[in-house]
Design a binder for this molecule. Sequence first.
Ligand code: PEP
Ligand code: MG
Length: 390
Amino acid sequence: MRQDDWVIIDGDAGVVVVDPSAIILAEYGFKQRQNELDRGRLTRLLHTPAVTMDGQEVELLANIEMPEDAAGAIKAGAVGVGLFRSEFLFMGRQGKLPNEEDQYQAYKRAIEGMQGLPVTIRTVDVGADKPLDNSLRDDAYFNPVLGLRAIRWSLADPAMFLTQLRAILRASVHGPTKLLIPMLAHAHEIRRTVALIDRARAELDNRGIAYGAVKIGAMIEIPAAALALKVFLKYFDFLSIGTNDLIQYTLAIDRADESVAHLYDPMHPAVLGLVAGTIVQGKAAGKDVSVCGEMAGDVGFTRLLLGMGLRSFSMHPAQILAVKQEVLRADAGKLAEWAVQVLAQEESPGRRRAHRGLLHGRRRSPTGETSLLTAGKRRRNGPKGTDTAV
Ligand code: PEP
Ligand code: MG
């Protein structure tokens, strides 16, 4: 690829075309205008409440990566942030971690940016596909998918974790805030995490610093967590299902490895069983359950998730109106009967659909947008991570 070459990123098909011919360029130009028209039509739904035809209210939340993304979430009609991936504050800093004040200011900006709507801040999830710093990819810093990632990394460095917890607790005085913990699997990890949250509160008390009432939730993204939910229901106020990792770990498919992407199947009966089981058990215990992986923002899964009983979806802001359209057309009662049949199937019912839609979890564009840009003049259309494909 040379400077000023045209590059087409087809987020829908997961394809990048470098230096396309005139015919391909014209074809994609047409597709792009068509997408813009479709999106224009959807903006009519911006202020329409997300309620199914049979009156079920559905919460459509945004996933964000930086405090500044809050503005886009509001503009897209999100009723809150269901996942603030705080690791992006930690990444690309040559290993120098943000201090309590830096983090507090960042969380405060996100919370204030949401103008009174709730913000769920996930504690840092570096490792695997999100290394702290690419230049530091040696044994100490490059964490493979099964390694020292997310909460494991936080618990290995309690001082660092406490700094983040204090910053989030402090920021919670500026608006409704929830705290979300990634990648938990063991009861002892849960107990240590809860103890450290208590300790962070105590440290702020000792310093005479105010903090808000923060609900604590756990990501369900390791099969062990979904299969041993009881301990999660005991300690946490809410659950958020991370389907990107849940699929990866259930099927033993590295979500960043193209060579096995054809086996990354959200519709595999094992995956659907874990998702449905978590929703049913969570709701039966009176806990809020959300899905914040890419499945939540893919309209191909909206009806099935509604049928499983899900009423809270968190996704890239660009997907909110398309998912809302599906919700408005849905009859949740009928979908519940249909979902029972889908869950009973022995084979993955939608392999083709699954392959097309969810390659890589976070790494592909969830917008499904087609963007035309030149190598010298990059224009960001998708979320961070989208244009890494260029
Ligand atoms: C997930 O695993 O589905 C998720 C939302 O977290 P992340 O993509 O950041 O790992
Ligand atoms: Mg995850």
